[in-house]
Design a protein around this ligand. Structure first.
Ligand SMILES: [Mn+2]
Length: 332
């Protein structure tokens, strides 16, 4: 057994009150890894609570049965013996739940993101970017504990870990898909998971209203700068008429990511009157540089920011930024 596993099992053994959390706007990795860990802890005889913000978790209905998830409130003062933080290593990404770190006697952090700013202080930190997801880290560290669960719980943990892979590889489409990912997936098949069912549950589980909203947004597609930059818009009116809320809609940029010849995608989503949440995507331009100008951020290839104003103004601003970025790129 490796040292990290030993330390983690020891900490679990000593703890009574165990809490698990992940970054703000939990995704299929952070959140389903938390569900998997909770079931493994249960198998070790320990109850735990998963804390999230007031997120819409309906997308995860197929793995929610029997889970213990609570909305975090700043009034929580109860002692936590052991806190797990998953898929996140910066206080900036923890939101108000940063408080839990102060409440916890001991913190274990498991993540696969490169450490950048404001790192979380943890007693045990295992941060390994080679892993495709935090679910994959859990499997690597706790495989014997997973295999000794009941058949039902083994499959449940398999479903959760498979979802972490679906999310972080975008169904085996991202550059992080490799042999290790397929080997882990094969192991999960041995736990009884049904990949086609999980794909359908996780990726195709949209309401008709959401698909209509996606269609209306795609109908706004415009191409700029010799077809190098694609823009599209979702208005608040579209959102309301289709009875949706911004947090429950999958990011629409995924529907246009394969469009040929593009340098960048700029998606404007009106979340409140005159308030636009922007998603910027690019393979060859540094969109993070542009997002930072508006107080946002992210990565080189995927960033976001929020801009206030009339749509025409906001669009004109961003398009001038992208015109410059396209020119600079083509000069190189
Ligand atoms: Mn992840």
């Amino acid at each position: 057994m490796n040292r990290i596993t030993q330390d983690i099992l020891l900490a679990i053994g000593e703890a009574q009150d165990i809490a698990i959390t992940t970054h703000v706007n939990p995704d299929g990795d952070g959140f389903c890894a938390a569900l998997a860990l909770q079931r493994v802890l249960h198998g070790l005889g320990k109850d735990s609570v998963i804390y999230t913000d007031e997120d819409d978790l309906s997308r995860y209905a197929y793995v929610m049965e029997g889970s213990g998830v609570k909305t975090y409130s700043s009034s929580i003062t109860s002692a936590i013996d052991l806190l797990f933080i998953l898929d996140c290593n910066s206080y900036d990404r923890l939101g108000q739940r940063s408080n839990l770190v102060d409440l916890a006697a001991k913190t274990i952090l498991l993540d696969h993101h490169v450490v950048e700013n404001n790192p979380i202080k943890a007693d045990i930190a295992y941060i390994e970017p080679a892993y495709v997801s935090v679910g994959a880290i859990l499997y690597a560290l706790l495989k014997p504990q997973i295999l000794s669960l009941s058949e039902v719980d083994r499959k449940y943990v398999g479903d959760c870990i498979y979802t972490t892979i679906l999310n972080d590889t975008n169904n085996y489409a991202n550059a992080n898909t490799n042999r290790a990912v397929y080997e882990l997936s094969a192991d999960l098949c041995d736990l009884g998971i049904k990949p086609h069912v999980l794909y359908k549950e996780y990726f195709l589980n949209h309401s008709a209203e959401e698909m209509r909203y996606v269609g209306e947004t795609l109908a706004t597609i415009e191409l700029h700068f010799n077809r190098k930059v694609l823009t599209m818009v979702s208005t608040l009116e579209m959102m309301q008429r289709n009875n949706l809320n911004p947090d429950s809609v999958m990011n629409i940029t995924r529907w246009v990511q394969g469009v040929n010849g593009l340098y960048a995608i700029v998606y404007f989503r009106e979340d409140a009157p005159g308030l636009y949440k922007l998603s910027l995507r690019s393979v060859n331009l540094d969109v993070n540089k542009i997002a930072i100008r508006y107080g946002g951020g992210g990565h080189r290839q995927a960033s976001g920011c929020t801009v206030k104003g009339k749509l025409e103004e906001v669009k004109a601003l961003l398009l001038s930024d992208f015109e410059t970025a396209v020119k600079e790129y083509e000069l190189d």
